[in-house]
Design a protein around this ligand. Structure first.
Ligand code: SAJ
Length: 456
């Protein structure tokens, strides 16, 4: 190449770098209110986050493909918002749409979409890839992309960033910035919320990490711990939830063993918890539901498999926890006719459908599996959940108990924990299987009710 051509090329490169430098300064995140934030995914993570941004006086828009959710938000309603969050939505209306063009004026993009698993427990990255492509279409020099969805290590480096770069023709760390900050929302928790839960943060590089820390500092009232890489940040959330799944499986296994030995596992766990160090109490139950705990370990298992490693412990924990709905039905079968009956035409009432107490969330709920297994065996099943009346077959507790002799408590809603033996006796109930060990066992032992807990 002759000198003139070399000089031209160098000057073009310099001019381009200069432009990027100027644009970088334009998008400095010290004054977030000069930016427009876009939240992609307006579920139990994205919508509270959008409200937090709006409360801070920062321009925010929301995008979700579910037009029903969009119209609900526009009318100030959303299933999972706490009362105070509904008030924020009323006072800080958010511009939301189900068309991705609403992202065009934003420069700060949060991705908060679900990362479920398929029927055979393999990661389903469909929603995440669609969301990434929507953001890529709106990406501009200086933008910052912040992913909060739960993913296994490698997804940012190997899937999300390549899509963003390829479809925007921009380069991460030079033209736009990218961080990963796993969400830690705990549905139904009135202590910890979007603003005060400590977080971890990984960046595609130092420029990204610096900007990501500034954004979360502007939004949260909680510490944000920078991690050494995107992979470390991705691994943190996976480890948190796999830890919980393994510990729940541990006590579920103990429950099945102690049931045979006449040992009350709940008393034993509470006894072990008197040691103020080196033990963290978990409790057995009819199964493990929700969008996190029964799902996330499968991402780690699959990621390990791809790298030639078999997570025997994680797989074993999943097998144990997935068995608990079957174990609960086995307890009922044993209580009814000493294990002989096949439930055909037997009326059974299931109290609770949600995966967790005091909320109406049925995702991966073991109560639904117990219901379906009993129906498959020909049982006549009634269900009642005060937090999910639309999914219940009975409109009240009394009507759920009418005409049956056997009850399974599948969710420890406050409404059920105080039910007494005399209440059940008055309704003609003879058998109670306490799938969440939430009833007063001693009181039932002194009654005519044939009571069985899980491990007690
Ligand atoms: N469960 C048990 N025994 C236990 C604890 C839970 O059987 O000792 C069952 C529950 O009944 C439920 C399932 O496990 O069916 C999940 O319960 P969860 O309390 O873990 O509730 P989640 O799924 O809402 O978990 C969330 C997670 N938060 C995030 O992923 C951001 C999890 O990391 C938290 O540890 C958990 O909340 C929490 O601590 O409450």
């Amino acid at each position: 190449m002759n000198n003139k051509k070399v000089r031209t090329t160098v000057s073009v490169e310099r001019r381009r770098e200069k432009t990027y430098e100027i644009r970088r300064r334009q998008y400095d995140f010290d004054t977030l209110s000069e930016h427009t934030v876009a939240i992609v995914g307006l579920g139990y993570v994205g919508l509270p986050l959008a409200l937090t941004v709006a409360e801070r006086g920062i321009p925010v828009v929301g995008f979700d493909t579910d037009s029903r959710k969009i119209s609900g938000i526009r009318s100030g309603e959303a299933d999972f918002l706490a009362p105070e969050e509904k008030l924020v939505l009323k006072n800080h209306p958010i511009d939301v749409d189900s068309h991705f063009s609403i992202l065009n004026n934003a420069d700060t993009f949060f991705i908060c979409v679900p990362t479920p698993v398929t029927a055979n427990h393999l990661p389903d990255l469909g929603p995440l890839i669609d969301a990434t492509r929507s953001v890529a279409a709106a990406l501009k020099p200086g933008s910052l992309v912040l992913v909060e969805s739960t993913i296994n290590p490698g997804i940012c480096d190997d899937i999300i960033i390549p899509i963003l770069e390829f479809e925007s023709d921009l380069t991460v760390e030079r033209d736009f910035y990218f961080v990963y900050c796993p969400e830690r929302i705990n549905p139904g928790d009135d202590r910890f919320n979007t603003k005060n839960i400590p977080r971890v943060l990984g960046g595609a590089g130092p420029h990204s990490l610096e900007r990501g820390l500034k954004v979360y500092k502007a939004l949260l009232d909680a510490p944000v711990t920078p991690m050494g890489s995107l992979k470390e940040a991705e691994a943190v959330k996976m480890v948190e939830n796999a830890f919980r799944d393994v510990n729940i499986a541990f006590v579920n296994e103990l429950a099945m063993a102690f049931d045979r030995e006449g040992i009350d596992v709940v008393n034993v766990i509470n006894g072990a918890a008197t040691k103020p160090f080196g033990f963290m109490a978990h409790y057995p139950g009819c199964g493990v539901g929700g969008h996190c705990i029964p799902v996330d370990p499968y991402y780690l298992i699959e990621y390990g498999r791809k790298h030639g490693f078999t997570h025997h412990l994680l797989m074993s924990a999943r097998t144990t926890n997935n068995h608990m709905p079957h174990y609960t039905i086995k307890k009922l079968r044993e209580a009814m006719y000493f294990g002989e009956c096949d439930f055909s035409n037997t009326p059974v009432a299931i109290l609770g459908l949600s995966y967790k107490k005091n909320i109406g969330d049925l995702r991966e709920s073991p109560a639904l599996e117990i219901r379906d297994l009993l129906i498959e065996e020909g049982a006549r099943v009634t269900t009642f959940d005060p937090h999910s009346l639309e999914q219940s077959t009975a409109s009240s507790l009394e009507s759920a108990l009418r005409g049956t002799r056997a009850v399974i408590v599948a969710t420890d809603h406050d409404e059920f924990c105080t039910l007494t033996p005399s209440f059940f006796e008055e309704h003609g109930i003879r058998i109670v299987i306490d799938g969440r060990n939430c009833l007063d066992k001693e009181a039932f032992m002194d009654s005519t009710i044939n009571y069985h807990g899980i491990g007690r």
